[in-house]
Structures are given as structure tokens and as C-alpha cells.
Design a binder for this molecule. Structure first.
Ligand code: SF4
Ligand code: SF4
Length: 475
């Protein structure tokens, strides 16, 4: 029944295969020879199968767990260096016809005020985001064919790209909207989106159907096969994710990797990113009422095992996580984080007071409430380079072209210089004086780490031009 090349959800995410994988992992959780062999294979940097990765996640040998964490750190360093790409979510509308039990936007929630941004509202929100320094957005919207049809999403994307306030610009719009038909994905591709993001929430079909009791999202196959339709519609970069807390984390982890294997087997390229959110409190949603919540140690292990299993896939952590938790997992393989996020509709212009639930349109409460500048400054203190780079998609480096460069180790020659140039833009246009000072010091020391002399000279030249007012250089 299990067939990674099948186009049927229940065959490429075969429940029997997940259960057999979990049984195999349980049987081998103290098998030092097997685990050692898997770690050795992961060290070859070609990734792991879902079965192998599941054994690492289940491993109960402390010395081997330490090796997994060490390897995750090493791979993060080798593939992503000390750069962290920044983004922010932009909520367009919380009208939704679905009934996801973990989300306050579900149709039955009559308490929550329903809001949808007009194009003028979007222009104002985007201006506020540009004034913070953001260049990369993830657009979010509930599913509602009447209030939020695809035409509304397309028009909103156009508006977002059209706004140029002072030196600001949104250079990459990723889109996180409901599963759609191929022709709608084609329209999104033509609108110039970056990554199409869709969280599976849970891969466990029975739980999925219970957690999504009504609405189009109830259809497990339609939702699970969405990435195939997106790729058929010409979208090269897709972002997968699960919501930890809904089902057993082991199940989700194995199935998420099976999904990646399926995309690779069928389309020749796995997911561009994976998001690893944990369930959070929101209006009428108590995370304690979900029996499968995971603690910080397990969460860190999931991040480390994801990094060693899929070294070329970006890992995204949002402001659902606290500063302390984000700090812990950054070094284990996270490549993208959000900063200064608002998870309400229109929240950048009019932040909502959390103590006012009657008026709040937040999808979940944010655990890291710092401003973007505070996050940037914190990252630099920790030794990371905050990057506002959006170069790949704009240079046509998507899908398998991107993965080939990654696998050849070539992409790093672009990431590091681009990080320095986009950070420089941020420092000049948006940073607080102390952030600017430490950022300038960081750029001065990091420029020496560009290996090729020619590139180093080019970047130095571009930095100088950015200082004089030019913008948007990229490799
Ligand atoms: S998770 Fe998405 S689809 Fe489900 S209720 Fe919330 S907004 Fe709607
Ligand atoms: S060069 Fe490409 S992979 Fe590197 S940070 Fe920029 S967009 Fe991402």
C-alpha cells in the first residue's frame, strides 16, 4: 500500500508505514550499532529516510543523542552558516468557512470580530512593515470563497509588491492559504509568489477528520495532495509543516519526512521549507486541552533530527515560540524566523491589546513580543547575521535549480554576501543607533569571511554604494 510515488494521500502517507516506522524506532531506540550507523550516514549530508530519522528521534542513548545534536549544529553551520533570514506574517482576513478546532477563526466562533483588509488597508499595513525593515512576508488568510476568493488574494499580492515607501519594498511574498485547485496555483505562480506554504496540521487521517469536522478542509486527500497540485501549477517552492500538539509528535515527524520523500520522488524536489509550530493559546483555544503537547526538550530534538534528516530544507520557527526557546533551537538548524510579528488582521497599524479578547482578531498569542529591531540586535549578540535576503526567487533560483546549487555547496557563495548587503540596508534605513553600531562592526568582520577575493571586492563596492543611497544589490 505504501508508495512514495503514488499521487494518493493515503498511499504516500500510508498509516501502516508510519505505524511500522514507529514500531521499528521503538524496537531500536537503544540499538547503539544501528543508531551509530544512521548518524554516520547523516554525516554524509545526503539526508536520511523517514525510518532512519524516526530511530534518531526515538533514541534513548544519551551519548548518541549528544552526537545527533552536535551533527545538527555542524550541518547548520556548514549549510546555513550563521545567517538567519527574517520574515513577518501579514494577516489579510479571518473570515473562514472551516471548523478547525484549534483555531479561533473557525466558523463557529461567533465571538471573534471578523475582519478583512481592503487594498487601502493592505497598503497601510505594508508601509508599516516596510518601515520596520521587512522585505519578506508570509501572507495568511482564512478560507472563504465569498470573502477571500483567489481574486482577492491575487489583488492583495499585487498591492503588496506595488508599495514602495521610502527605501522600503517587499521583495518576496510567500503565501499561506487553503488548499486550492491547479488553476488557482497557476494564478498564484503568475502573481510572482515565493513559497506556497500549507501546514498539514496533522498527517493522522482519523485525527485530521475529527479536528476538521466541517468545511472544505475536512477533506484529508484534498488537503494532503495540495502540494502536488501546487507543483503541477508551476510553483517550484513549497513549504510543509505540522502543528505539534494535535497528534503524537513521532507520528507527525515520520509522516512529514514521508511527505518530503513523496515530493522528491514525484517532482524531483522536496519542500523548500518546513515549519515546526506548536499549538498556542488563542480566543477559546486552550493548548492544555490537547493531549499531545510537547515540551521544549522534545521540541529541540525534533528540530535537530529534522536538520540531520533534511539538510537542504529550510526550517522556520515563528514568534509562537519564546525568546528562550528560539535561542535554544537557532543553533540546531533553524534558518528562518519571524520578528516583530502581529497575528491579527490589521495588527501592524493597530496593535491589539491581549487583555481585550472581545476585540482581538489574533490567530494565536505571540510568545516573543519583541520589535524587529530588538530581534535583529539579539541575533547579532548571539553571533548570527540577520538577513533580509530574497535573492533566489528573484534570480530564478527556485525548485530543483535551487536544490542543485544547495547540494553542490554553491548557494553559500550567494547567501553570505546577500546577508551582509541586506543587513547594511536595514542598518541604514531602520536600525536603532546601538543596533546600527553593532551591525556595522559585524559587517566589517564578516566581509573577511567571503572566500573569493573577487566577490569580496564586489560586496565591498556594493556596501559603499548602499551607504551612498543605492539599494537592492544581490548575487
Ligand atoms: S486554521 Fe485556517 S482554515 Fe482552519 S479555521 Fe483557522 S484560518 Fe480557517
Ligand atoms: S541567497 Fe537564496 S538561499 Fe541564500 S539567503 Fe538569499 S534567498 Fe535564501
Amino acid at each position: 500500500m505504501y508508495n512514495p510515488k503514488s499521487m494518493k494521500a493515503e498511499e504516500f502517507i500510508s498509516h501502516e508505514e508510519v505505524m511500522a516506522t514507529l514500531a521499528y524506532a521503538e524496537e531500536n531506540k537503544t540499538n547503539a550499532a544501528l543508531i551509530g550507523g544512521i548518524i554516520e550516514k547523516a554525516g554524509l549530508r545526503k539526508g536520511l529516510t523517514h525510518r532512519e530519522a524516526a530511530v534518531l528521534l526515538e533514541c534513548r542513548l544519551e551519548d548518541k543523542n549528544r552526537e545527533v545534536f552536535e551533527l545538527a549544529r555542524q550541518l547548520k553551520q556548514d549549510f546555513y552558516g550563521n545567517r538567519i533570514v527574517m520574515f513577518a506574517p501579514l494577516y489579510l482576513s479571518n473570515y473562514c468557512v472551516n471548523e478547525c478546532v484549534y483555531c479561533p477563526y473557525h466558523r463557529q466562533n461567533r465571538r471573534i470580530p471578523r475582519k478583512k483588509l481592503s487594498q487601502e488597508d493592505i497598503a497601510r499595513e505594508v508601509t508599516a512593515l516596510q518601515d520596520m525593515g521587512h522585505k519578506r512576508l508570509a501572507v495568511e488568510s482564512g478560507e472563504d470563497p465569498v470573502h477571500n476568493p483567489i481574486e482577492y488574494i491575487l489583488e492583495s499580492i499585487q498591492t503588496i509588491y506595488s508599495i514602495k515607501h521610502k527605501n522600503g519594498a517587499i521583495r518576496r511574498v510567500n503565501v499561506n492559504i487553503a488548499a486550492a485547485a491547479v488553476e488557482d496555483y497557476r494564478k498564484l505562480r503568475d502573481a510572482g509568489i515565493g513559497t506556497y506554504i500549507l501546514f498539514q496540521e496533522t498527517y493522522h487521517k482519523e485525527s485530521y477528520e475529527k479536528l476538521h469536522p466541517a468545511g472544505p478542509k475536512h477533506n484529508y486527500a484534498w488537503h494532503t495532495e495540495a502540494m502536488d497540485r501546487a507543483m503541477e501549477g508551476g510553483i517550484d517552492d513549497v513549504g510543509c509543516g505540522v502543528l505539534f500538539g494535535l497528534e503524537l509528535y513521532r507520528y507527525e515527524f515520520a509522516a512529514l519526512l514521508m511527505h518530503a520523500e513523496h515530493l522528491e520522488a514525484v517532482h524531483g524536489v522536496g519542500p523548500h521549507t518546513v515549519s515546526l509550530p506548536r499549538i498556542r493559546a488563542a480566543d477559546g483555544i486552550d493548548p492544555e486541552s490537547f493531549a499531545n503537547g510537547i515540551g521544549d526538550d522534545t521540541f529541540a530534538k525534533i528540530v535537530a533530527c529534522t536538520r540531520v534528516a533534511a539538510p537542504y530544507t529550510g526550517i522556520i520557527i515563528s514568534t509562537r515560540e519564546s525568546q528562550a526557546c528560539r535561542e535554544r533551537v537557532l543553533g540546531l538548524g533553524v534558518s528562518q524566523i519571524s520578528g516583530g510579528s502581529r497575528t491579527s488582521v490589521g495588527g501592524y497599524l493597530e496593535p491589539e491589546a491581549p487583555e481585550d479578547p472581545e476585540r482581538s482578531t489574533e490567530q494565536f498569542s505571540v510568545n516573543d513580543n519583541r520589535t524587529l529591531d530588538q530581534v535583529v540586535s539579539w541575533l547579532m549578540r548571539l553571533g548570527y547575521i540577520p538577513s533580509f535576503c530574497t535573492a533566489c526567487y528573484r534570480e530564478g533560483r527556485t525548485g530543483d535549480r535551487f536544490m542543485t546549487l544547495c547540494k553542490n555547496g554553491q548557494i553559500q557563495n550567494c547567501c553570505h554576501p546577500n546577508a551582509l548587503m541586506t543587513l547594511k540596508e536595514y542598518l541604514i534605513d531602520y536600525a536603532a543607533p546601538e543596533t546600527k553600531l553593532s551591525g556595522e562592526r559585524l559587517i566589517a568582520s564578516e566581509i573577511g569571511n567571503i572566500p573569493k577575493e573577487k566577490v569580496r571586492a564586489l560586496v565591498a563596492d556594493h556596501l559603499e554604494m548602499i551607504q551612498k543611497g543605492s539599494r537592492d544589490f544581490r548575487l
